[in-house]
Design a protein around this ligand. Structure first.
Ligand code: HEM
Length: 449
């Protein structure tokens, strides 16, 4: 079953990107995926051994971390050094909002975004380009979807974590935030905590980097992290959520590790090393306990952003060729496994998705719905992602302005169980989260450093 799915994906990708990076995807891609599948069970057993050894032994983890240090980027342009003068690190103050995105948290901690963590669409576009060289189309797609689902629409602004009332913001599950994240637990299994760095997941990630000959957080390491996280979620989370848009974000977030967090340009002398990743992720090893404390995210010393923009098409291509085939979790994206699967059809799905969702802040006015959707579509057109260029049919939306009719009922979004409500607020740092794997909802999962 899995083999045929992998092969079907390979066929689709092969036809979709015939000349990608000079590789004949049809033959080499199929062969690569088949070999990978054949080695899968064997590989997983080996990974299990590595993790058993590393997870339990502090000494082993220390050795791994030491083995991952020391590489420096080559061929960097001094103009790309970050942070620039005037953008010094400051830890977030009480009340500042931070959430699941390590990059946006880093940008806020350095003042590229407002330090209180309430950010606007335009600020996001500028800061993600300046801090990390994210392409305008990719930042626009992310920003538009977030504005529609997590934001105060009239201000086109949102919280990096959640609002003081624990509403909206990037912490909001099932919108942009999804399950099977690289280093955050699933919303359900984490008892609503989908945004703090999980110590046990990062230990797994470090172990995978350590057993990779490159010793980097490259595509192989992150693909294996995806494979293991997907297995875990499929096995343990009965409410796993893999709706197209957030699931696409969750897949491409794995390639963001090498492509954005490397010191220098990945693939052109840049290195996805432990110093860079752990600093931007806010992971600080406690050498006594062997656990990772979650500390405020920051640019590492002597760090250079990538030199060229990384945009939507490359991100989708690499996510679905370099990460997803490691463990293709079924997604309700109809083109997967067919000849029609390509970055364009994925972008078209996203475009249609934007037309089909109801904005979070819909207070009631039909007019406001129309205005908001027009705003979103116009933003996409501005970066060349309109329906015509993507080949999507023009779409229309049926307004639904009673999003949560029973929102104040027990269990509704404004009356969550107390244990879960606690975890939906913005990040709290200098603690350790999830030393154990949550095989069922784990509400007690925080310890002192
Ligand atoms: C442009 C606006 C952005 C928005 C709205 C956004 C939003 C998010 C959200 C909601 C998540 C959680 C996803 C999940 O549950 O798996 C996330 C995770 C992530 N984001 Fe962003 N993000 C943005 C920009 C960036 C940029 C510029 C980078 C890299 C430089 C980045 C890197 C990541 C990574 C690596 C994760 C995964 C974290 C983990 O679980 O390990 N994001 N982002």
């Amino acid at each position: 079953m899995k083999t045929s799915f992998v092969l079907a994906t390979a066929v689709g990708l092969a036809s979709a990107f015939p000349g990608m990076a000079g590789i004949n995807m049809k033959e080499e891609g199929m062969k690569m995926l088949k070999e990978r599948h054949d080695a899968e069970q064997q590989e997983k057993r080996q990974l299990g051994d590595v993790l058993d050894g590393v997870g339990d032994l502090v000494g082993g983890l220390l050795d791994d971390v030491k083995g991952l240090l020391g590489s420096v980027a080559s061929a960097v342009d001094p103009d790309n050094k970050r942070p620039e003068p005037g953008y010094e690190f400051q830890a977030p103050k009480k009340g500042d909002s931070r959430g699941p995105c390590p990059a946006l948290n880093t940008l806020a901690n350095h003042g590229y975004l407002p330090r209180d963590g309430y950010v606007s669409f335009d600020q996001i576009l500028e800061a993600t380009a300046r801090g990390f060289n994210m392409g305008a189309d990719l930042a626009t797609v992310l920003g538009v979807f977030t504005t529609l689902t997590d934001a105060n629409i009239t201000e086109q602004s949102w919280y990096l974590g959640s609002s003081p009332e624990h509403l909206g913001g990037l912490n909001r599950h099932d919108t942009v935030e999804a399950d099977i994240s690289p280093n955050r637990e699933d919303y359900y299994l984490g008892c609503g905590d989908n945004h703090h760095l999980s110590s046990r997941l990062f230990k797994q990630n470090v172990a995978l980097a350590a057993q990779n000959p490159s010793k980097e957080f490259d595509f192989e390491t992150m693909g294996n992290q995806f494979a293991m996280n997907a297995d875990f979620s499929l096995k343990n989370n009965p409410f796993i959520y893999y709706f197209p848009f957030p699931s696409i974000v969750s897949v491409v977030a794995y390639n963001f590790y090498p492509q954005f967090f490397s010191n220098g340009t990945f693939g052109a002398g840049g290195v996805a090393n432990y110093e860079s990743i752990s600093s931007i992720l806010g992971a600080k090893l406690n050498k006594k306990t062997g656990e990772f404390q979650y500390v405020p995210e920051r640019f590492p010393d002597n760090w250079y952003r990538r030199a060229t923009p990384y945009g939507a098409v490359q991100a989708l291509t690499e996510g679905f060729t370099g990460i997803y085939p490691y463990n293709p979790v079924p997604m309700p994206i109809p083109q997967i496994g067919t000849d029609n699967f390509s970055p364009q059809t994925l972008l078209c799905d996203i475009y249609n998705g934007i037309n089909s969702i109801t904005p979070l802040a819909l207070g009631g006015a039909l007019e406001q719905t129309g205005d908001t959707i027009s705003w979103a579509v116009q933003k996409l057109i501005d970066v060349g992602l309109d329906a015509t260029t993507l080949g999507c049919p023009k779409n229309s939306i049926s307004p639904n302005f009673k999003l949560y009719p029973n929102k104040k009922q027990k269990g509704g979004p404004l009356r969550l169980p107390r244990s879960q409500y606690r975890w939906t607020g913005s990040n709290k740092y200098n603690r350790v989260y999830f030393t154990e794997a949550p095989t069922q909802p784990m509400c007690k999962h925080v310890s002192k450093p």
